[in-house]
Design a protein around this ligand. Structure first.
Ligand code: CMC
Length: 427
């Protein structure tokens, strides 16, 4: 194949170089398009537009492949732990034991939040959605840590990274504790990263919290599966906000808001609510399948379909198996799991879903595990954010280290042409 793309506009032909990725993906480099042709491209939802070159995550939606820094998601979920994966994503290589210990010790040094943050949390109503609270608190961290990161200094960058890796789980736990009216607490240096998350979330003020290895493993796996997913909506948000040289915490806070939507991370909450509604309605999955296919009905089968996967989401396969195991291990029997499996079976055989290549995505089964772990439904997307944190950090860091220009798309204007001002109010 030639390494040139040709574009004809009217009588003129223009040539643009092709760029090849390490997995042979091809992109047309149109950096000079507007300068040479006067035209721009239009691509709503960026379905065909690569916003950057990235060495972090590889995803092949047709084959159902997901790899972080070259490692298959299946192997990472099986053999690595979340903090190791976080280090891998952010710094590019798996850590040695020494590097990991130092990373965690530095994170623990930062795992304290300014006490005045409690006042902000206090001002939120108890029924506020935890994602709104988490986004606000993350943004508030900028006020308590006002010095901007010097991205040319690895040390400065590292400090900002361990700071947010330390403080974020505290904020996550506090959003839950606020909702439940529990006193705000902290983790312990004696516990691992995931153990601390569970302890901070679930410890009662009058009791010891007994860590359950099943819960630790399940959460570890879920966080790994959510840790990065290349240029999705929230990650693109983090990169684009960061491209204006806004700080890391401000960029992350914007990413959390983007994740909240039900078409993105908010789908895990929406899936569980949908399954509950089907159960309350007598468990008639066929009725909901029909609604999902009806173009006059806004209902969509939540947890199905993906912008990039046109095959099984590999994360969904792992989570489905984990849901079976976790429920059995915890001795929980959840009728919702049967409804989910029934829906999946029907959808995979239904022509509408087959034609559109709609398969279960990562959110379809994750809520069932979260619920079995005792995590309230409104916290599901917060758990997604906790997992995605290292991915957002890695993408933000890569964007700044590569000195990417400010993200600023073009548009095609479709409004009025010039019209002279004639006031509508008599003066
Ligand atoms: N139920 C019914 N129909 C669907 C669904 C669904 N879940 N998803 C897509 N379709 C149909 C859609 O109506 C369209 O049909 P037609 O071609 O006849 O107009 C076709 O499939 C293509 O859909 P699209 O909306 O153009 O595809 P997209 O790439 O813009 O959207 C999506 C991808 C994930 C937003 C969408 O599949 C969806 O809304 N799914 C439900 C929400 C969900 O589970 N989101 C989690 C995504 S994975 C985790 C994450 O990103 O955080």
């Amino acid at each position: 194949m030639s390494d040139i793309a040709k574009l004809q506009i009217g009588e003129s032909t223009y040539e643009f170089p092709l760029i090849k990725g390490t997995e042979n993906e091809t992109a047309i480099d149109i950096k000079t398009l507007r300068d040479t042709t006067g035209a721009v491209t239009i691509d709503p939802g960026f379905k065909n537009t690569g916003s950057c070159q990235s060495a972090i995550t590889f995803l092949d939606g047709e084959k159902g492949i997901l790899r972080y820094r070259g490692y298959a998601i299946e192997e990472l979920a099986e053999k690595a732990d979340f903090l190791e994966v976080a280090y891998l994503l952010i710094f590019g290589e798996l850590p040695t034991e020494e590097q990991l210990n130092k990373f965690y010790s530095d994170i623990l040094d930062q795992a304290i939040v300014d006490d005045d943050v409690k006042k902000i949390l206090d001002a939120f109503p108890k029924n506020a959605h935890p994602m709104g609270v988490l986004s606000s608190l993350t943004s508030a961290l900028t006020a308590f840590n006002p010095s901007s990161v010097n991205v040319d200094s690895e040390e400065d960058m590292y400090k900002a990274i361990v700071k947010i890796m330390g403080k974020f789980p505290v904020l996550v736990a506090w959003t839950l504790r606020k909702k439940q009216g529990l006193p705000l607490n902290y983790g312990s240096r004696k516990l691992g990263y995931v153990e601390n998350i569970l302890t901070m979330m679930f410890q009662k003020p009058n009791d010891e919290y007994e860590l359950n290895p099943i819960m630790i493993n399940a959460l570890d796996k879920l966080l790994i599966l959510h840790a990065d997913h290349e240029q999705n909506c929230s990650t693109s948000t983090v990169r684009i906000v960061g491209s204006s040289h806004a700080g890391l915490f401000a960029s992350l806070s914007a990413g959390i808001s983007a994740l909240w939507g039900p078409l993105h991370g908010g789908a895990n909450q929406a899936v569980l609510e949908m399954l509950e509604a089907i159960k309350a309605d007598g468990g008639d999955t066929k009725k909901y399948m029909a609604k999902a296919k009806d173009k006059n009905d806004p209902f969509r089968l939540m947890g199905f379909g993906h912008r990039v996967y046109k095959n099984f989401d590999p994360r969904a396969r792992i989570i489905k198996k984990a849901a079976d195991e976790v429920l059995a291990d915890l001795g929980v029997s959840d009728p919702i799991l049967d409804i989910a499996k029934g829906l999946e079976r029907e959808a995979l055989e239904d022509q509408y879903f087959v034609d559109r290549k709609l398969y279960p995505n990562v959110d379809f089964y994750s809520g069932i595990i979260y619920r079995a772990m005792g995590i309230p439904v409104e916290m599901f997307t917060v758990m997604f954010a906790l997992g995605r944190l290292p991915g957002w950090i890695a993408q933000w860091r890569e964007m700044r280290l590569r000195k990417e220009p400010i993200g600023r798309p073009r548009q095609v204007y479709t409004g009025y042409n010039y019209r002279p001002f004639v006031g509508k109010i008599n003066k």
